[in-house]
Design a protein around this ligand. Structure first.
Ligand SMILES: [Zn+2]
Length: 136
């Protein structure tokens, strides 16, 4: 596979593939992350899909990382609670944001899109009388 240069969207520096412990510390999961080469001055990174070297999305700073985790938690409720199948849930994202299904990944979402997703997913949960749980 051709190796692509992944750049930090905040400072434009190339990202470096490192062990997860580099950003998460010694009790990190056993995986890899793409980290901005100016880390920690530029606090920006993204994990890879398990068992691959493919980034889960674009590099994200602290605020966006938190937002994406939050958006994912609410989105996951849609299929965990049985409103949609997992596949349908991703199609639902794609429809909502006019994306191709393969682009419909929260790892690529901006802060704004995360907010929209949180809002839309909360609405669906509410309409299905599912209490919003941030636990899972
Ligand atoms: Zn950077």
């Amino acid at each position: 596979m051709k190796k692509q240069t992944i750049r930090c969207p905040y400072c434009g520096s190339p990202a470096i593939l490192r062990d997860a412990s580099y950003v998460y510390g010694s009790n990190a999961f056993d995986g890899k992350v793409y980290v901005c080469s100016h880390y920690p001055a530029c606090d920006s990174y993204v994990g890879v899909h398990q068992g691959t070297l493919l980034p889960k999305g674009s590099l994200a700073g602290p605020g966006l990382r938190k937002k994406r985790i939050q958006a994912h938690r609410i989105f996951d409720q849609l299929w965990r609670q049985g409103v949609f199948s997992r596949q349908e849930a991703y199609r639902w994202i794609a429809d909502r944001f006019c994306l191709q299904t393969r682009q419909a990944h929260i790892g690529n979402f901006s802060d704004y899109m995360c907010d929209q997703l949180i809002q839309e997913a909360s609405k669906v949960l509410k309409n299905n009388h599912i209490p919003l749980s941030m636990a899972g």
